[in-house]
Design a protein around this ligand. Structure first.
Ligand SMILES: [Zn+2]
Length: 69
């Protein structure tokens, strides 16, 4: 499986990721620890409505209802 580094847009294989962060129930992967740090400093800057570069955390499915905002 390949994912996109949300910080720099680099496409990378999961097993090649240099870093991972969990944010709002999604796992994000990074090409380098530098991108990982940038993301950690300001996650909201890199995440939007859709997360094509992330995958849901498989542990617990947590469904939110009526969260329009
Ligand atoms: Zn990167």
């Amino acid at each position: 499986m390949q994912v996109n580094d949300p910080v720099c847009g680099t496409k990378l294989a999961l097993d090649r990721a240099a870093g991972q962060e969990d944010h709002r129930g999604w796992a994000y992967f990074f090409c380098s620890t530098r991108c990982d740090r940038l993301f950690t400093a300001d996650p909201a800057r890199y995440v939007g409505g859709e997360q094509p570069f992330a995958r849901p955390l498989a542990s617990e499915a947590h469904e939110e209802q009526g969260s329009h905002g």
